[in-house]
Design a protein around this ligand. Structure first.
Ligand code: HEC
Length: 315
């Protein structure tokens, strides 16, 4: 045990107040006498939940043709702790969305975006006593200096959050760590439309021996552009399984990829490579030939890999 801890215990033991700390920063909604919400000036000390790019709506959306805005979501730390323990938001939970413009040039940036000036703040408070709909929505300008009146219940905030958010009124489906908590605690709304499985979800389903083809079919039918129904993501999952010594599962996935993308030389090359490593040489030879039949002139590296394997495995 360290010395300061011993000292603290000694201080409690003889009824003396422990070393005093500065007053804790307010971590809950503070209302003025007229019912307006005080600006949440210290939100940068709160718990970070997510950043969205181009996910800002209404007046805070980026102007058409300009770079997308970032939004970063923060919640007061006590509410965060409670959510992690229960999957639900406590009374008084307060959320801040900080919206910032983005820029795609400067310093070393090529092809990415970084955050610039704040363009506004949106705030939500859960308070079932104070607000008829249980939640109150507020907007603050970038000075964060003036208290804000609650948006009337007819504003779009209530409708969009009330209909589309996964947990109570919050878009927890976009908060990756908290969405996992909500799923584990069964607090996701029954009518939530869902988001596509992530690559991590796919790995879990494969290791649980779920029906892989059915899962991918279902995902592709609802979200044709989802990451896990595209070849690069599936291929990466295959190599992830191989690295984790799940050879049989990787092989099944690489087979599935060639079924879904029969014109992909890369898919056949990955299958051939895995079959060769598993000493299934006839099947490896066949997969390699299938790859050579579809490889395109510009795919020099894949062609070289296929040709080298074909030469190695030549009867
Ligand atoms: C068209 C739908 C839509 C409308 C309208 C909308 N929001 Fe949101 N809001 C979102 C989405 C989506 C997120 C999640 C952002 C992310 O993941 O980056 C969000 C997140 C938030 C959050 C973070 C906590 C949470 O609920 O997840 C607050 C606070 C918030 N919005 C306030 C407002 C306010 C205030 C208004 C009205 C002025 C408003 N929103 C209008 C879609 C909407």
């Amino acid at each position: 045990m360290t010395k300061p801890a011993l000292l603290a215990i000694a201080a409690y033991g003889c009824g003396v107040a422990p070393v005093s700390h500065p007053a804790p920063a307010p971590e809950a909604a503070q209302f003025a006498a007229d019912g307006k919400l005080q600006p949440p000036a210290d939100y940068r000390h709160w718990t970070f939940l997510t950043s969205g790019l181009g996910m800002t709506y209404g007046p805070l959306a980026a102007a058409p043709g300009s770079a997308p805005n970032f939004d970063s979501v923060f919640v007061d730390p006590r509410s965060y702790d409670r959510f992690v323990a229960t999957g639900a938001w406590r009374e008084g939970a307060i959320f801040v969305v900080e919206v910032r413009a983005s820029e795609h040039t400067g310093s070393i940036v090529h092809g990415g975006n970084y955050q610039r000036d704040a363009t506004g703040f949106e705030v939500a408070v859960k308070d079932t006593q104070r607000f008829a709909k249980g939640w109150g929505y507020f907007s603050f300008d970038t000075s964060l200096a003036t208290p804000a009146a609650v948006h009337p219940p007819t504003d779009a905030c209530y409708d969009c959050h009330g209909k589309n958010a996964a947990v109570e009124n919050t878009f927890t489906q976009f908060y990756p760590t908290l969405f996992a908590v909500a799923k584990a605690k069964h607090t996701v709304r029954a009518d939530f439309v869902g988001i596509p499985p992530s690559t991590g979800d796919l790995v879990a389903a494969i290791l649980a021996h779920d029906d892989l083809t059915a899962l991918l079919e279902r995902t592709a039918a609802t979200w044709p552009e989802a990451g896990i129904v595209r070849e690069p993501a599936l291929n990466a999952v295959g190599y992830q399984l191989l690295a984790a010594h799940h050879g049989d599962e990787a092989l099944a996935l690489f087979r599935e990829i060639t079924q879904r993308f029969p014109d992909s030389a890369n898919a056949w090359d990955s299958l051939g490579e895995t079959l060769e490593a598993a000493h299934q040489l006839d099947a490896a030879r066949e997969a390699t030939q299938r790859g050579l039949a579809v490889v395109k002139p510009e795919q020099a590296a894949i062609a070289a890999s296929l040709n080298a394997r074909a030469a190695r495995l030549a009867p």
